[in-house]
Write a protein that binds this ligand. Structure first.
Ligand SMILES: Cc1cc2nc3c(=O)[nH]c(=O)nc-3n(C[C@H](O)[C@H](O)[C@H](O)COP(=O)(O)OP(=O)(O)OC[C@H]3O[C@@H](n4cnc5c(N)ncnc54)[C@H](O)[C@@H]3O)c2cc1C
Length: 409
């Protein structure tokens, strides 16, 4: 991605993908981002260490493009005890790490978790998940593997709301779902041509910096589009309840304002970005992180508004299962209770389950922690906001000539 325009197109693609699938499309997000980030980091690395990581990456990217590979991306480790660094964990496999360097490649083991799109990807791009020091150098690694490589087990993430697959199944939305998985590496051999970082911990921080700028700007598009789907679900809910959609027009406007805020802020962060000497475009760090704060908060208000419009059938959990709906003895009575507007009881049930799935089920998109938790994001915002400089500006404009010092003690 060499320009703001190219990155904005990625946002538009994500928005369209959400429209089609209603869910997160990992191969177009973390995997895409990993390739762009490592394009820059391998250049940084080669300049300092004389390695040939950039050339390796270039060859692999050409192979990936020529074969139209879908590539998921994995940064998040299982981590273990959050107060300890990877090398201090009781279970050394809480984080993916280097086990051995061999002539033709490296051996890795450990767990990456909550990886979007992994089950549907051809390949998985692995990057270290934090900024490491010397003691954790074995955790500073980046490589790419085919999803079906020997020694890698994928465990699909499931949510109870996806488990209720009954006969003709309105209990589980049929046209959408989740794609996250745990990745368990058990002494997997990765040939050198697929390795792009192997112990040079000094550059693990660059991975996180570059990654978060682009991820946290583009994710604005994902939550926007899921918000658009929620407006649509709200319109349908009004109608299946027998009400005109217009009854709630102010609420749809409220939802749209929240949705477009994260999209616009993402585009803004990209537009105000910068170009790495090797050519990759990175979004403005401060604006991208501010966007992530909105991404982690505003969609919950959109969900609340959808529940408000929908009624208790969506929000209270008091809604019979598909099995009861079809029960031979009392099923018709249940259906008569569910029927409200001019459409069938089945359509109202499906519309309601979908709205429930979006707001309290597996359709909740991970806007809070996906791409990193809020507290870490706020640390970056604090660091990038020059408060002292602003205080001097304000003092000058207020006509204060003496210095105003921080109280002692
Ligand atoms: C839907 C979804 C999709 C995802 N897809 C991907 C993907 O495709 N690829 C990928 O790599 N990752 C993915 N992730 C993982 C995501 O990046 C992580 O969830 C995120 O980085 C937070 O990590 P965690 O879940 O381990 O949270 P935790 O580390 O358990 O954080 C929980 C809370 O504790 C705080 N905390 C943690 N450590 C400390 C500490 N040392 N000191 C003080 N406070 C602390 C955090 O700020 C947070 O408030 C996805 C997550 C979700 C929800």
């Amino acid at each position: 991605m060499r320009s703001a325009e190219e990155m904005t197109l990625n946002m538009l693609m994500k928005r369209e993908c959400y429209r089609q699938t209603g869910t997160c499309t990992g191969g177009l997000c973390v995997g895409w981002n990993a390739q762009n980030v490592m394009w820059a980091v391998t250049d940084d690395l080669d300049k300092e260490f004389g390695t040939d990581y950039h050339e390796r990456l270039k060859k692999w990217i050409l192979h990936s493009q020529q074969n139209s590979l879908v590539v998921a991306g994995a940064l998040s480790d299982a981590k273990g005890d959050r107060s300890k660094s990877p090398s201090k964990q009781v279970n050394p496999d809480s984080n993916v790490h280097l086990v051995e360097k061999r002539e033709g490649g490296i051996v890795v083991r450990g767990a990456k978790v909550m990886i979007c799109g992994a089950a549907a990807a051809n390949e998985i791009f692995i990057m270290s998940g934090s900024d490491y020091r010397e003691e954790d150098k074995d955790f500073a690694i980046a490589f790419v593997v085919p999803r079906d490589i020997n020694g890698l087990t994928l465990v699909e993430c499931r949510h109870p709301s996806d488990e209720r697959e009954l006969a003709d199944g309105f209990d589980s939305p049929v046209e959408t779902g989740i794609t996250q998985a745990y990745l368990l590496f058990d002494d997997v051999f990765v040939p050198n041509e697929r390795v792009f970082l192997a112990g040079e911990y000094k550059y693990s921080g660059n991975i996180i910096c570059y990654f978060t700028a682009n991820y946290r700007s583009c994710i604005g598009a994902c939550v926007t589009e899921q918000g658009d789907v929620m407006i649509g679900a709200g319109v349908n809910m009004a109608r299946v309840n027998g009400l005109s959609a217009k009854t709630f027009k102010d609420k749809y406007v409220h939802m749209a304002v929240l949705n477009e805020t994260t999209f616009g802020m993402g585009v803004g962060a990209i537009t105000m970005g910068w170009q790495h000497p090797v050519g990759v475009w990175f979004a403005n760090d401060l604006m991208a992180h501010v966007n992530k704060v909105h991404v982690a908060t505003l969609p919950y208000e959109v969900k609340r508004t959808l529940q408000d419009i929908s009624g208790g059938i969506v929000e209270t959990g008091c809604f019979p299962s598909c099995e009861d709906f079809n029960n031979e003895t009392y099923g018709q009575y249940v259906q008569d209770c569910i029927k409200a507007g001019s459409c069938s009881a089945d359509s109202r049930a499906r519309a309601a389950r979908f709205a429930e799935w979006l707001t309290i089920g597996a359709g909740v998109p991970g806007c809070m922690h996906g791409g990193g938790s809020l507290d870490g994001v706020k640390l970056v915002i604090r660091g990038a906001t020059p408060m002292e400089e602003y205080a001097v500006m304000a003092r000058k404009l207020a006509g204060i000539e003496e210095e105003i010092l921080e109280p002692q003690g």
